[in-house]
Design a protein around this ligand. Structure first.
Ligand code: NAD
Length: 356
């Protein structure tokens, strides 16, 4: 089976590519334009495989995508390429809308043209898997969890762009019959996550003895999932998910941002007994909240569990420890990833000019 993965040089996409190459016999075509968030180091241990190919292509480039489909003739698409940072989407929504909405549209059209040329079993077996987020559902109060039938209520430009993409994917199924599956996942963490995201950012700053910025009161709740567990779920959704269905994926590990920071500081205290910054929790500092900051996300993963037999292997405690250990052991990787544009600056206060 040949799978075209978009965004395979990013955080989750690279976990998918590594698993497909190292744990299956699939061929992988990684389509990634290598933005500041893309890093080929993330797939260094998979890219030597004769089953791996890389195409540096922007998903908004229709002509280049047509060539990729014509050359590689994939059996399936897993679409992960996106502008994925909420704060960046607040400061400059255009790139987010272009990649996440127009890019998804352009990829859908390229996939549809390819699918329409397939015959018989190949045509029936083709899948387009769109990888999305729980943020499309908006914010929860203190109780309840998002299910696949929760109404869409996106609050940030990022969430709205992913919601728009989800709707396009559904429409390509209803209108053109393209065999699609969708998944909406909660917050991921783990190795190879860009240092601008919460957990790697906190690790980086704690190691430097810098304040650990937590937005608002620190009481915003996210449901955390270890990235390798997400990648396994995505493979199952592609392989066994019912056409036209969406699957919510989450770790059932709700934590406030303050709890995340405290847990992480506790692990650092233990792993770095000589650190002059112990106890690291003293570095925690509440800062101005993100505009429109959703209070709580939680996922009801009953469907993916009952239909596809998926369960996360890591708890938040085991996954966080692995993550902190990985960042400590891979400080070169962190430094190279940080060299990308603007990493480490305070983003997301919406101070940039409208239209950018
Ligand atoms: N990170 C999370 O917690 C999370 C949770 C749920 C869903 N998701 C979704 O999973 C997907 C992957 O997220 P991530 O955290 O790995 O993102 P990421 O930012 O780490 O990686 C995104 C990748 O896409 C590539 N890319 C960006 N724009 C592109 C374009 N126009 N053309 C081609 N490639 C482009 C980047 O170079 C990068 O390699 C996204 O669709 C995101 O919405 C993420």
């Amino acid at each position: 089976m040949k799978i075209l993965v978009t965004g395979g040089a990013g955080f989750i996409g690279s976990a998918v590519v590594r698993q497909l190459i190292n744990e299956t016999s699939a061929q992988v075509v990684n389509v990634d334009s290598l933005t500041y968030a893309g890093n080929l180091d993330n797939i260094a241990d998979a890219s030597d495989s004769p089953r791996y190919a890389f195409e540096k292509v922007d998903v908004c480039d229709a002509a280049a995508l047509r060539e990729v489909f014509a050359e590689h003739r994939p059996d399936a698409v897993m679409h992960l390429a996106a502008e994925s940072h909420v704060d960046r989407s607040i400061d400059g929504p255009r790139a987010t809308i272009e990649t996440n909405v127009l890019g998804t549209f352009t990829l859908l059209e390229a996939a549809r043209a390819h699918w329409q040329e397939l015959q018989g079993d190949d045509r029936a077996a083709f899948r387009f898997h769109h990888v999305s987020t729980d943020e499309v559902f908006g914010s929860l109060g203190a109780e309840g969890a998002f299910s696949e039938t929760s109404p869409y209520q996106p609050n940030s430009p990022y969430a709205a762009s992913k919601a728009g993409a989800d709707h396009l994917v559904r429409a390509w199924r209803e209108t053109y019959g393209l065999p699609v599956v969708l998944s909406n996942c909660s917050n991921n963490y783990g190795p190879f996550q860009h240092p601008e995201k919460l957990i790697p950012l906190l690790i980086t700053r704690a190691l430097a003895g810098e304040p650990l910025p937590i937005y608002g009161t620190g009481r915003n709740v996210r449901d955390w999932l270890y990235v390798e567990d997400h990648a396994r779920a995505l493979r199952l959704v592609l392989e066994k998910g019912r056409v036209g269905e969406s699957y919510n994926i989450g770790g059932n590990e709700e934590r406030t941002n303050l709890q995340v920071a405290e847990a992480l500081c506790g692990i650092l205290d233990e792993l770095l007994p000589e650190s002059p910054h112990r106890p690291h929790a003293n570095l925690i500092s509440l800062v101005t909240d993100r505009p429109g900051h959703d209070l709580r996300y939680a996922i009801d993963a009953a469907k993916v569990s009952a239909e596809l037999g998926w369960r996360p292997r890591e708890t938040f405690a085991t996954g966080l420890r692995k993550t902190v250990e990985w960042y400590l052991a891979n400080q070169d990787w962190r430094a190279r990833a940080l060299a990308g544009a603007g990493a480490g600056e305070r983003l997301g206060l919406g101070a940039a000019q409208a239209g950018s």
